[in-house]
Design a protein around this ligand. Structure first.
Ligand SMILES: NC(=O)N[C@@H](O)C(=O)O
Ligand code: NI
Length: 162
């Protein structure tokens, strides 16, 4: 059983796995006569093959209990997958770099702060959506169509730092 302590998510630490979506740390510019700040192009939506299309969905997830016991990691080889909380929900992110096999030395665990979303680049291994505290509602952008889910058994126990 691999044991990991989740650390606070940062853009730099997450860079090998995808993008952190955060209006507080992203550049923006005014639109709509200055009434709106556009935080532009924060994450790369990847659709590896046509004619699949990007989907916008809402996930309503029940909270996990800690320590989080994972039995598998999954990947979406043909598209990215983004999760953005709608009510500042925090969640656990467990990732490994893209590749046909999981490099267990490079598995990382993070915890978000409620204002952060993540975008897994195509092929990034990750745990399924794992919300902390209470039921969570997330906007999700990913690739429609078949053949985009690959799973590997992986026993991992995740704790939070005190
Ligand atoms: N299955 C599904 O749509 N969700 C997973 O891919 C996940 O990462 O939670
Ligand atoms: Ni997924």
């Amino acid at each position: 059983m691999l044991e990991l302590t989740a650390r606070p998510l940062t853009r730099e630490a997450f860079a090998p796995f995808g993008d952190v979506i955060d209006a507080r740390t992203s550049a923006s510019f005014p639109i709509n006569n200055g009434r709106t700040q556009r935080h532009h192009d924060l994450a790369a939506v990847e659709i590896v093959d046509a004619p699949s299309s990007p989907l916008i969905s809402i996930f309503v997830s029940q909270p996990i209990t800690l320590p989080l016991e994972l039995e598998l990691l999954e990947r979406h080889p043909l598209g990215s997958q983004a999760f953005m909380p709608l009510h500042e929900e925090r969640f656990i992110v467990v990732v490994a770099p893209p590749g046909d096999e999981i490099d267990t030395q490079k598995i990382c665990a993070f915890v978000t702060d409620g204002r952060q979303g993540v975008n897994y680049r195509a092929g990034t291994w990750h745990a399924i959506h794992s919300v902390l505290g209470q039921e969570g509602e997330f906007l999700v952008v990913d690739r429609g169509g078949a053949d985009n889910l690959d799973e590997r058994p992986m026993a991992i126990r995740i704790t939070l730092a005190n």
